[in-house]
Write a protein that binds this ligand. Structure first.
Ligand code: FA5
Length: 340
């Protein structure tokens, strides 16, 4: 080969390479280009290998030129690689770009349970007419749930409220028999232990009964107990207070009736019914506090009288929200709960 040929050869390699490197679209093509121009079998590497066969003068002339060309090509490849990588990162970033003008995903927010909603409404109404809200324990002794309410162990009224009794491990010791309270009336007794009349309280809370369930009966439900003790209190006051509640809770459109009934801790006793979908539904038991219970409360029944009531919170909510089944309240069913 002549000197001219050698020079031409290097120039051709350079020209072709410069053309191709400009059009490289991705890293794969770049790698192919590297193999083609700088791989073991490439023209340039063959050229470099052949240098040893050249004359001294040619060696001196073409050795540095060929090496220089190789370095230039390597540098251009390196640059191309960097810019291709940058472009890929750019593409990824474009793909993951956050569109701050896009509408945000809706955050699902929890809300209050319908029973809590109605309980708070009722508490507000009673507080507005001077009643205090008090609470008592869900696990009770036989004394507060029954005996002190004029229901001794052999009293048939015990069967009116089937009871979940608790097994107490040390029952051989003389510890009181424990149960899940069947009624919030127990709180009346607890409250009276350290309060004297006049008394105006309500006590909302969960109660438990060991009984078959249906659309209006569950094994756990809530009651709101009420107790008002003062001078010259009669059933008319009970009616008046409940009428205020119903009017504020439902507006004008509820039909209510009172009918005589029996509870050992009141005399006389009544039950309160409300019309729901054309039928009467019992919503509360009530009456004038029995003198024996006042006596247990250490309240002089010759001076003080009082009324008490126990309303079913679920039943009040059934009427307020038009619900078919009391068991829905504790089902945890979100399709039900989301409606409130
Ligand atoms: C009582 O529990 C009495 N302590 C109420 C009372 C208080 C009377 C003070 C006199 C003076 P009763 O068992 O009827 O009574 O229950 C009261 C209310 O709770 C019922 O009117 C009803 O609305 C509701 N209720 C009773 N059993 C269930 C049940 N299984 N599921 C849902 N609600 C119920």
């Amino acid at each position: 080969m002549t000197v001219m040929d050698l020079q031409q050869k290097l120039e051709n390699i350079k020209k072709l390479f410069n053309q191709k490197i400009r059009d490289v679209k991705n890293l794969e093509v770049l790698e192919n280009l590297r193999v083609q121009f700088l791989g073991r079998k490439s023209e340039l590497v063959e050229f470099l290998k052949g240098i040893k066969n050249l004359t001294e003068e040619e060696k001196r002339k073409f050795g540095p030129v060929a090496n220089q060309l190789r370095r230039e090509m390597e540098k251009l490849m390196e640059d191309a690689k960097k810019s291709l990588k940058m472009r890929e990162v750019g593409k990824l970033m474009e793909k993951d770009r956050i569109d701050i003008s896009a509408p945000a995903k809706k955050i699902s927010q929890g809300h209050l349970h319908p029973l809590t909603l109605i309980q708070r409404k009722i508490e507000d109404i009673f507080q507005s007419i001077g009643f205090e809200v008090v609470e008592g324990p869900e696990i009770e002794t036989e004394y507060y749930n029954f005996n002190a309410l004029n229901i001794p162990a052999d009293h048939p009224a015990r069967e009116m409220q089937d009871t979940f009794w608790l097994q107490t491990p040390n029952s051989k010791l003389q510890t009181p028999k424990l149960l899940m309270r069947t009624q919030t009336s127990s709180v009346q007794i607890r409250y009276a232990e350290n309060h004297q009349p006049p008394i105006r309280i309500i006590s909302p809370g969960r109660v438990f009964r060991f009984e078959a369930t249906d659309q209006t009966h569950d094994i756990q439900f809530h009651q709101i107990e009420g107790l008002m003790i003062d001078k010259n209190i009669s059933l008319a006051n009970l009616k008046g207070v409940l009428e205020i509640l119903f009017k504020k809770l439902y507006g004008k459109g509820v039909e209510v009736r009172f009918r005589p009934s029996y509870f050992p801790f009141v005399e006389p006793g009544v039950e309160v019914d409300m019309k729901f979908r054309g039928k009467w539904m019992e919503i509360a038991g009530a009456g004038m506090v029995h003198p024996k219970v006042l006596n247990t409360m250490k309240i002089d029944s010759r001076i003080w009288q009082g009324f008490a009531f126990g309303m079913g919170l679920e039943r009040l909510a059934i009427i307020k929200y038009g619900i078919d089944d009391v068991r829905l309240f504790s089902s945890g069913d979100l399709r039900f709960l989301k409606q409130f």
